[in-house]
Write a protein that binds this ligand. Sequence first.
Ligand code: ADP
Ligand code: F6P
Length: 510
Amino acid sequence: MAVSPLLIGMPEMRQSSLVVVANRLPIDDSVAPDGACEWRRSPGGLVGALHPLLRHTPATWVGWAGGAGSAPALPDVDGVRMHTVALSRDDLRDHYEGFSNATLWPLYHDAVEQPQHHRRWWEAYQRVNQRFAEATAEVAEQGGIVWVQDYHLQLVPGLLRALRPDLRIGFFLHVPFPPPELFMQLPRRAELLRGMLGADLVGFQRAQAAHNFAQLVTKVLELPATDRRIGIDDRVVRIGAFPVSIDTAEMAALAARPEVAARARRLRRDLGDPRQVILSVDRMDYTKGIEQRLKAYSELLASGDVKVRDTVLVQVAMPSRERVGQYQILRERIEREVGRINGEFGRVGEPAIHYLTQPFDRAELAALYRVADVMAVTPLRDGMNLVAKEYVAARVDGAGALLLSEFAGTAAELPEAYLVNPHDLEGLKQGLCAALRASPTDVGQRMRAMRAYLHQHDIRAWARSYLSALDEAGALINRLASTDGTLDGAARVPAPATPAASPATHHAGG
Ligand code: ADP
Ligand code: F6P
């Protein structure tokens, strides 16, 4: 995304009727090969989901621009105002890398790595959440709607309500919300729950998460709670499941472009025209199950079930949170294992694994998806996993097998995928073989069902169900729809009786 040159000086402070608050802005400060400052699309699913949705709406996005120190003044991105929150080096270390990504992230993902607890990190988390709440209070119009995103900002709803009781506040958690026995480990569990309850609507990816939250609120705060409503002071907070999605039509249109199809054919040739291509695309994160997948692949090579000349694995693993110790160790381990597998099973000009750590533009990703006969998405735990949905959307040819972890939120919505338990090495190997050997008829039927589902349940359907639950009167939705139709059709959707009733009927919940 080209967003330069930057505006000089701060843009005038204007207020918006819709404010999205997320730790990251949709653009990220990174360093170009020549050492110059460059702006590119931020990594991760949150931006991938929200950015296409908000394009050309009169909204403000409050967030961090990726660096340390003073907040750069940014121009609007696709018509959305950018309001930057500055983070110091200490904030970055203690709020982002510390409490967010070394305490909450592992704890919320089944503690697959050990969560760490430090009092200094909690102080930074409070301080940064306060700063986000103040920045939001400045830019939200009287009576406006504020939509707070994700685990970095769980205190913002409560802090913002204290500053601006006139606002309608929504909170959405993109990651799993853990069962009580894990959440109870948090020394400041009561404050975190109270912070989220500052919202009028707390949304989760899955019904099980809403259930966990209700149980915890009852246990820790002794408040009356069901899986749909919680009473606090004189208010009712609604809770529910709203599985996030992608811009299905946009990904399908991109993948259908002749130049993307041509690029996919060239990629296949460059890979040595193998009989089958397996692809994985992950942020380099211990939750994504990359090591378990490599182990399964290596054992299949060793047993001869998979042969290098027939089959290639393309593993895209974009480095993430690189200053956090657990991520540094993970990268070293993965790279050592890729080296070992290539050394042991590769041939000259025929590596067993094509390993890529670069960021790719959307067209290149679409071409990669089109070339993959099997897309292996096998996280140990994942709130949703949008890569799986992107793959399905990109298979405009109706082919391609999705191998999907039972522990990704996506699995509840796409039961037609080849489902596996990534903790079970034998099961993972069998699942991979089943996907590789499936008949074109079986693959085609499954893909057809998944594509039909995703065309209905796209990112706009997600926003409609969430925002109509948040704004029962439908006032915001009418405003957005009449501006340019980005949430086209939203005004026609009646507010559901309860938020839990609004999401996909197709998904299994839980
Ligand atoms: P998470 O939010 O945990 O990173 P998701 O699968 O939900 O996981 O989202 C990842 C997003 O990042 C997807 O939109 C995917 O296309 C994008 N992505 C992953 N790897 C790359 C890469 N190497 N280059 C560009 N985009 C990437
Ligand atoms: O989905 C969870 C999440 O933390 C998102 O907030 C973000 O899109 C993604 O992972 C990338 O993480 P980070 O912002 O730490 O690079």
